[in-house]
Design a protein around this ligand. Structure first.
Ligand code: FCB
Length: 492
């Protein structure tokens, strides 16, 4: 990938335009019917789509400060306009309804509700989301509400942001304010989006807001995000009887590059760092001992000042479901530690030919199926929701005014088939939310990567449902995957 390193999973340079095996996928004789009530949706987040950063008393978030740093964002963009969704929220609702989606995941901008981080609640912010949720419900769309999708109020940086323990109380205030207002109409709640990515990119590598580079701070940040999940979940459960509360994790299956036991140990170590460090405490098993030791070794000291006795009990046992954000896998090899490598492993990426998105991420639907089955086996009884899955494909409208994003269609069908296989094999998967409804502001990568089912022409504001959006609409309407080649006729 170019410029800014974005994901540790992307060690290899991209191989543009590798053709996915659409023909092979489409020729399999499968007509998979999903369970009734399965949620078919798409996902977005506030900072990535809303714009209107000063409207209705919104406070400053850490992303405004970060995007103002020269070189922080590819192309120098920021979220000041994005998809203009704060003003054009009813356009978005129409689009969601037109696509026939039965669920929509969005986030509530923290800085719109608590502009100074703590204390005063901004009613106009809550009014906006209330209107929005009511409009979704009117159209029969189930809201899936995320609280923290990374846009923490800047004022909370006075105590180090997530690296400071006071962030837990601040986040709880946010959860209380939103649950008090929307608890009577929202059933699905996601407390935190991707604790590992917050810790890694926000506090270890400094590639996302708030741009901190400090391993100890990143351990603290990850821990406080999890404590925030626990306290936030309690606050929601107290106020919203029957609420389903979960945390969305970015899960990257870790495979060894070879059968060498050292590479296998590297893959397991990396799994501890990326996946188990968050899964285990959330789902009641406490922090994994092997990764605890890796952190102690890397930091040259204990973690007891960060992770206090009794903390595990404040995190586990509060998840009614687990949000799974899945994009790709990591292929790992053993490596020497060093100044830029705190742990004895590195991402080497797959060898040989492989299908990749335009961003260079390997496309591996089977890893999603195996991940879902692993979660089902290792953390039994926890329903799973795919809260993000998608890929970067740069297709734009052609002469006929349509966006023929065949590779996104292949990506979508491949991953939905993987979900269907996991369900067939016993996994309790309750929904699939594609990332993303719209092309949007992709954090440090700016507006270049396009993840949307709907194309956004940022200059004119024009939206065009891509062929993938039409295919997805058909699937959502029927609950079935096409048996043969994708149907791309426009809906309606
Ligand atoms: C995830 C984020 C989401 C988007 C996708 C591509 O890590 O949760 O906001 O950036 O990646």
């Amino acid at each position: 990938m170019s410029g800014t390193p974005r994901r540790p999973a992307e060690a290899d340079p991209p191989r543009p335009n590798a053709a996915p095996d659409t023909a092979e996928a489409a020729s399999r004789p499968v007509l998979t019917t999903f369970p009734p009530g399965f949620l078919w949706g798409a996902a977005t987040s506030a900072y990535q789509i809303e714009g209107s950063l000063h409207a209705d008393g919104r406070g400053r978030s850490v992303w405004e400060t970060f995007t103002a740093r020269p070189g922080a964002v590819e192309g120098g963009g920021d979220g000041s306009r994005a998809c203009d969704s704060y003003r054009q929220w009813s356009r978005d609702v129409d689009l969601i309804a037109q696509l026939g989606l039965t669920a929509y995941r969005f986030s509530v901008s923290w800085a719109r509700i608590l502009p100074t981080g703590q204390g005063r609640v901004e009613r106009r912010g809550l009014d906006h989301y209330e209107r929005f949720v009511d409009a979704l419900l009117d159209r029969g769309v189930t809201p899936v509400l995320t609280l923290n999708h990374w846009d923490m109020p800047e004022a909370l940086m006075a105590d180090g942001g997530w690296a400071g323990r006071s962030s837990v109380d601040a986040f709880t205030e946010f959860a209380v304010a939103v649950a008090d207002r929307l608890g009577d109409r929202v059933g699905w709640w996601i407390t935190q989006n991707e604790p590992w990515i917050i810790a890694l990119l926000g506090y270890q590598l400094g590639l996302h807001a708030p741009g901190v580079r400090d391993l100890r701070a990143s351990v603290a940040a990850g821990h406080h995000v999890l404590l925030g999940h626990g306290a936030g979940a309690d606050a929601i459960h107290e106020r919203v009887p029957g609420a389903k509360v979960g945390c969305a994790l970015s899960l990257f299956p870790c495979d060894p590059a070879t059968d060498d036991p050292r590479d296998r140990a590297a893959a397991w170590g990396s799994d501890g760092y990326v996946n188990r460090w968050y899964l285990d405490p959330l789902l009641g098993a406490g922090y994994p001992a092997d990764m605890w030791q890796h952190y102690e070794r890397a930091l040259g000291g204990g973690l007891d000042d960060i992770i206090r006795p009794g903390d595990a009990a404040l995190i586990g046992g509060r998840s009614d479901f687990l949000g799974v954000n899945y994009y790709t896998r990591r292929v790992m090899a053993a490596a020497e530690t060093g100044p830029d490598r705190p742990f004895p492993w590195r991402v080497v990426g797959p060898s040989g030919d492989t299908v990749r998105t335009d961003e260079g991420w390997e496309v591996v639907p089977d890893s999603l199926r195996d991940l879902l089955l692993r979660l089902h086996r290792d953390y039994p009884g926890v329903p799973l929701m795919i809260t993000e899955n998608g890929g970067v494909y740069g297709d734009a409208p052609t002469h006929d005014g349509r966006v023929h994003d065949q590779r996104r269609i292949a990506f979508l069908l491949g991953h939905l088939r993987a979900v269907a296989e996991a369900i067939d094999a016993g996994a309790d998967v309750v929904g699939y939310l594609h990332w993303s409804l719209l092309d949007n502001f992709e954090w440090a990568l700016g507006y270049r990567p396009r993840f949307g089912l709907v194309h956004v022409d940022y200059a004119s504001g024009r939206l065009t449902v891509k062929d993938s959006g039409h295919v997805y609409a058909r699937i959502a309407a029927t609950g079935q995957l096409p048996a043969a080649g994708p149907a791309v006729a426009p809906f309606g």
